[in-house]
Design a protein around this ligand. Structure first.
Ligand code: PLP
Length: 428
């Protein structure tokens, strides 16, 4: 079993760090004890039945990624050379002209736009984020329904985002300051303008087009779909379903734009993006994650997720007052998602209470909670906004996904949710 192998691999990893190292400066001690730093600091770790959420540390990296990080950490390399070589390989895998590793999809958005603004002009690179009087463009056009929080990445370059709704709006909004036309794939069905129409507008006005597909694999084909469609820049996360480093992502697209983005990125220090540093371990780890993801057995993985979800569903659906439903999001975070709903006259719990019982139970489990997208609220910040207090009770439901579960954890999740639902049913 692939999963079993994975678990085994992970459990042996800390030992690698304890092996004697012959290279300069490394301390070798065969007697060095395995250190559990998470436990030592009293940090809560948990079973992740929620999904690839940044505030939950995203994903467990693939074995090969961890091995890459481990082995490359013993060597020095020139960052630009690593980016050159990795970029070439990634571009071939995703069928784009060029690519680079960024420190996430958000970083790819800032860097991509910075490249559009500056081209290869070092003076302009140094001037960002000050645009007035520099001759650089300063506006990104985006459909209103696509103007979500991550577009803040564009503001970091000094640009503003101009919202539009119709093709006519775009035609009116385009002016000499327009730098880029941006599309958010997860919201593709919420806007009036399709991918093809968006691309046609870019072509007609000779303005670069970009697309955020941060959470849009699987399907694996989305890695090249939008490059082949003709988007000039494509942004994706590395630490979601690809299970690369959580602090990595990929910027892919036109060669001249990637070159310009590179000029705006570390190791260069006169840029807005000096803080977007990705070290060689992560650049190489990202490449390995992508390579493994592209060649992975996605059908088999999907069936595994379905089986885990079915196991959890079957464990609870006979409880009185419970309804269950398995859905697959049409866009973004495409994975079987189980919603467990209950009649709160029978099961005396709010969604939030359920979440907390799982969170503070043994073992600790995080499940998806509330009707709002989970990522609006971070741990510990739930109570700050009274306007959403009611919503934050989380209705009478929790959501469960299996893609971030490790082997055997589905059984534990099934048992714990069942226990809590039954306990809450006995309260009078
Ligand atoms: C996760 C996400 C991002 C941010 O990605 P990072 O890799 O964490 O920087 C941007 N856009 C969308 C739609 C996302 O889901």
């Amino acid at each position: 079993m692939k999963r079993r192998k994975l678990l085994k691999g992970l459990s042996t990893l800390p030992l690698i760090g304890a092996l004697p190292i012959s290279q300069a400066g490394a301390i070798s001690s065969p007697a060095r004890k395995k250190r559990d730093i998470i436990q030592e600091l009293g940090i809560r770790s948990f079973i992740n039945a929620a999904g690839t959420l940044t505030y939950m540390s995203g994903c467990i990296m693939q074995d090969e990624v961890v091995e890459t990080i481990e082995s490359t950490s013993r060597h020095f390399c020139m960052i630009d050379e690593v980016q050159d070589k990795v970029g070439e390989k990634i571009a071939r895998l995703v069928r784009s002209e060029a690519a680079m590793v960024t420190c996430g999809a958000f970083s790819a958005m800032t860097l991509g736009l910075a490249g559009v603004l500056t081209g290869l002009d070092v003076n302009k690179v140094e001037q960002l984020p000050h645009l007035a009087g520099t001759g650089m463009k300063s506006e990104v056009i985006c459909q209103k329904s696509h103007n979500e929080r991550y577009n803040h990445a564009f503001l970091n370059t000094g640009c503003t985002v101009v919202e539009v709704e119709t093709i006519e709006d775009v035609e009116k909004a385009i002016n000499e300051k327009t730098a880029m036309l941006h599309f958010l794939n997860i919201q593709a069905n919420a806007g009036k303008i399709t991918h093809e129409e968006w691309l046609a507008l870019g072509k007609k006005h000779n303005i670069p087009t970009s697309i955020d597909i941060a959470a849009d694999v699987p399907p694996v084909s989305n890695l090249w779909k939008f490059n082949e469609m003709g988007f000039d820049l494509v942004f994706i996360s590395g630490g979601k379903a690809m299970r690369g480093p959580q602090s990595a992502g990929i910027l892919m697209g036109r060669k001249n734009l990637i070159e310009a983005a590179r000029l705006n990125s570390p190791p260069r220090g006169f840029t807005v993006a000096r803080g977007h540093k990705v070290n060689k371990e992560e650049i190489l780890g990202m490449y390995v994650a992508l390579e493994k993801f592209v060649s992975g057995d996605h059908d088999r993985e999907w069936k595994g997720w379905e089986a885990s979800i079915a196991r959890i569903e079957n464990a609870v659906k006979d409880i009185k007052g419970i309804t269950t439903k398995v859905t697959v999001p049409e866009l973004g975070n495409i994975t079987p998602t189980l919603t467990i709903n209950w009649d709160d006259n029978i099961v005396k719990l709010t969604g939030r209470e359920m979440r907390d019982r799982l969170r503070f139970g043994n073992p600790s489990i995080e499940a998806g909670f509330s009707g709002l997208p989970l990522y609006h609220y971070q741990a510990g910040s739930d109570s700050v906004d009274p306007a959403v207090a009611e919503t934050l009770k989380g209705g009478n439901l929790i959501r469960v996904t299996a893609w971030m579960l490790q082997p055997g954890e589905d059984k534990i999740v099934a048992k714990r949710i069942r226990e809590e639902l039954q306990t809450a049913s006995k309260v009078s």
